[in-house]
Design a protein around this ligand. Structure first.
Ligand code: ATP
Ligand code: MG
Length: 252
């Protein structure tokens, strides 16, 4: 695949369509995302935001078209290479997928499981391994003191940070977040977005975030991709997205 300009894109979609049976979730989408960019995906419910994220992390393959992650087409790779590629992309989901009755460290270490041999992974459930790395990740997300806390005793916002720490121990090149702030109050939403921006600024990680809150998209991201009915309705720098564009995007 071709790169745009001198920097090779971290993600590239060419003529991508994605169908689920009779439903066209995405239709003929083309998009390049460069390393270090902060991109918001916005658009009405059902527009295809989560589907696009699942293509970017390789958990879904397109029905038509090509998706490349760091120049490699994920559906042309063998299983091992594909897994290695997938570890370079960390995803934080709205439903954090944490195991509530385990200590935070075990949930954070789940981000390492793909790299650990099975005996080490099992041993870690009895005697936690990777303590320093997990502690560093928790410090990065501002809850260093929760290492051994039971996960379901944490607040929703803190659990979200555990999910982010689990992604950080993977040391991914890109972080994808699917509606990371839709279940928390405005203050926690700001704190989470501040944290994501600060992580991308200090580590250079690429961020792709699906958001329903357009004001956060404009404030925290450099670029906004508006999706509507499975198509890219606009793709523009945040500073160039007008109220009229937003209104048209969400028009019923
Ligand atoms: N696994 C699936 N099986 C069947 N249909 C699906 C599946 N995933 C998504 N779809 C359909 O694809 C379309 C796009 O869904 P998607 O979840 O990507 O939208 P979204 O923009 O993330 O919406 P929301 O804002 O509500 O999260 C919808 O019509 C949805 O019902
Ligand atoms: Mg979604």
């Amino acid at each position: 695949m071709q790169s745009s300009g001198t920097v090779a894109p971290i993600f590239q979609l060419e003529g991508v369509s994605c169908r689920f049976g009779a439903v066209a979730a995405l239709t003929d989408c083309s998009l390049s995302i460069l390393p270090g960019e902060r991109v918001a995906l916005i658009g009405p419910s059902g527009a295809g935001k989560s589907t696009l994220l699942s293509l970017l992390n390789g958990s879904q393959v397109p029905t038509v078209g090509r998706v490349a992650i760091m120049g490699l087409e994920i559906n042309r790779l063998g299983t091992r290479k594909r897994r290695r590629m997938q570890r370079l992309v960390g995803t934080v989901y709205q439903q954090h997928h944490l195991v509530g009755n385990l200590a935070v460290i075990h949930n954070v270490n789940a981000g390492q499981l793909g790299r650990w041999p099975l005996p080490l992974a099992l041993w870690s459930l009895v005697w936690p391994q990777g303590v320093q790395r997990a502690a560093e990740a928790l410090a990065q997300v501002g809850i260093a003191d929760k290492l051994y806390a039971r996960t379901d005793r944490l607040s929703g916002g803190q659990q979200q940070r555990v999910a982010l720490a689990r992604v950080l121990v993977q040391d991914p090149a890109a972080i994808l977040a699917d509606e990371p702030i839709s279940s928390v109050d405005p203050e926690r939403s700001r704190a989470m977005m501040d944290l994501l921006r600060q992580l991308s600024e200090t580590t250079g990680k690429t961020l792709v975030i699906s958001l329903h809150e357009v004001e956060f998209a404009v404030k925290y991201c450099d670029r906004i991709v508006g999706l509507r009915q499975g198509q890219i309705f606009f793709d523009a720098p945040a500073t160039e997205v007008s109220k009229a564009m937003m209104t048209d995007l969400y028009e019923l």
